[in-house]
Design a protein around this ligand. Structure first.
Ligand SMILES: [Fe+2]
Length: 226
């Protein structure tokens, strides 16, 4: 039997040490159970859609339930308008491509902020906010656009109509919320939803004013009597 190798000073005998880089399966399982994720869990939902889980916000439960229902409509329409902006940001064409590409994305970001604010208002009122695309599609009043590309004036017209649907709803719901004592919902709708949508309408609508780019159209001006 050959003599055991003599360890030199400073040298480590790796045979008796755990190889931390390549642990055996039993070494791996040992002591790590609590750190392992528990996957594929399923259970009943804790709050069904349409039910209110009242929070202590000094607001009548019926007022909360009414605001939640009305806000979910505005949420579904705002999500749809937000997505219309992204669709048109990608698909816009023509000599105003760059300007509209940037404008549509700016409005998309602003609508995304509204989506979050409305959804979180619904949750704090004790309700459940609509979130997923199929539920949004079933709920929205905004007409579905084609999958294909449309001309820029058609895209803009489509979004102006969507803005007007939301503005009508927001004005009506703001008044109802104020009457029911839900001042927070009234404030969200007036100072965020209505003001943002009105401003975006202005920025869009001015693109549909038919004015010449360089040379004034004298014939058109004379015909209109100005
Ligand atoms: Fe982009």
């Amino acid at each position: 039997m050959p003599p055991a190798p003599i360890e030199k000073k400073g040298e480590i005998n790796m045979k008796n040490k755990t190889d931390h880089k390549n642990p055996t399966p039993s070494q791996n399982a040992e002591g790590s159970e609590r750190a392992r994720p528990i996957l594929h869990q399923h259970a009943h939902e804790i709050q069904p859609y349409g039910k209110i889980a009242k929070l202590p916000i000094a607001l009548d439960q019926q007022a909360c339930a009414t605001s939640v229902e009305l806000l979910n409509q505005i949420l579904a329409d705002t999500i749809t308008l937000r997505d219309l902006y992204k669709k048109h940001h990608w698909q816009v064409a023509g000599h105003t491509f760059y300007q509209l590409h940037l404008l549509f994305d700016k409005h998309f970001e602003e609508q995304s902020e509204l989506v979050d604010a409305i959804a979180e208002r619904i949750q704090l009122l004790g309700g459940i906010s609509i979130a997923m695309a199929p539920d949004v599609a079933e709920t929205t009043f905004i007409p579905r656009p084609p999958r294909g590309r449309e001309e820029a004036p058609v895209q803009i017209s489509r979004m102006l109509e969507a803005h007007e649907i939301i503005l009508k709803e927001a004005r009506t719901v703001a008044k109802q919320a104020a009457q029911a004592g839900d001042d927070g919902t009234n404030d969200l709708l007036v100072s965020q939803v209505i003001r943002t949508n009105e401003l975006q309408v202005w920025f869009l609508a001015e693109h549909l004013v038919d004015v010449p780019l360089v040379r004034a159209d004298i014939a058109k001006a004379a015909a209109s009597g100005s």
